[in-house]
Design a binder for this molecule. Sequence first.
Ligand code: NAD
Ligand code: GLY
Length: 362
Amino acid sequence: MSERMRTLTVKLDQRSYPIHMGEGLLLRAGELLGEAGCGEKIAIVTSPTVARLHLTPLEDSFRRSGFKTTLILLPEGEEHKNLASLETIYDRLVSGRFERNSCLVALGGGVIGDLAGFAAATFLRGIPYVQVPTTLLAQVDSSVGGKTGINHREGKNLIGAFYQPRAVLIDVNVLQTLPRRELLAGLAEVIKYGIIEQPELFALLEEKLDPLLSLNKDLLLEVIGASCSIKARVVEKDEREDDYRAVLNFGHTIGHALESLTGYETFLHGEAVAIGMVQATLISMRHGSCDKESCERIYRLIRRTGLPTELPSSIIPHELVKSMETDKKSARGKIKFVLCEGIGKTRFHWLAPEEIAAMIAN
Ligand code: NAD
Ligand code: GLY
């Protein structure tokens, strides 16, 4: 095994799995998949851009290890995280006579990972799948934790299942080709982990932001490792989001509402989350939970990355909170809001929509 590989385990009894992280792991995917206990048939689910950039080493590695690969290409973009793409996957699995031990490999960002994961959860009542995330967002968030699903025309992620992968393979080299805007969107989730759980990660981001944004691989591996380790611990505590997993929604309550109000066209998810985190921190301060210095540090770090920090002036707080009421995390007219109590500490608080609207700064 290469020295450049590090492995974490998500501990969920018989559904436990490794997260392998390192440089050049696509070239070793065959040997690592062998350890995940998959049968010889593999379908790689990916999109044209990612296939052009990163498919060859992965496919070669599978073939060298004796796997038989099928390629399933899906169109790019969130608008294709739908039933039609799912049907394309099912059709290819049926025509290729895939069996219970055949394996799906998701090579791509969160869209491909969520789609392939849901196809794996449902085909033949569940076949193994492996996540090979290629965006920073997918590497630090969506590939870990087993949330899979597709969108319905009435809303995002309305159809889905909790279904854990057999393994996650994170190759930092693939981030070299990621557009800067997508990199920053993923960084918003890394900042979130620092705010909710780990002041040391937050301080590292403050200190080493520039080399990180220049894609220094040691730093990337360090922050991806820290992020995955936090996510793994949260998922181990509360796999199905009955309670504590909702801490991962820090900044997301406002972020999701903003995405929805702007028709999913203005902001990438991570950009909306960045604005949502600034607002959630301000709300925490106005609520008396967060000190001014922590609030300023959060604002300054997000601003330095180049991520957006302000709500567009066209957004009216009452409309924003109205959109939050349809959020999965609302109950009895109140919203389960994640408040920040300083960097590294949070608590849940049920807030009425009008209380949130009154504390939103525009
Ligand atoms: P994405 O999957 O749409 O990928 C963004 C773009 O980057 C795509 O155009 C893709 O082709 C391109 N791309 C991917 N890897 C690349 C690379 N290495 N080089 C160049 N281009 C590359 O976006 P995303 O931000 O990764 O994922 C967003 C999705 O993830 C949403 O659907 C969201 O709902 C979902 N999500 C799921 C979870 C979960 O827990 N399951 C968590 C967060 C987000
Ligand atoms: N991305 C939030 C979660 O996995 O719960």
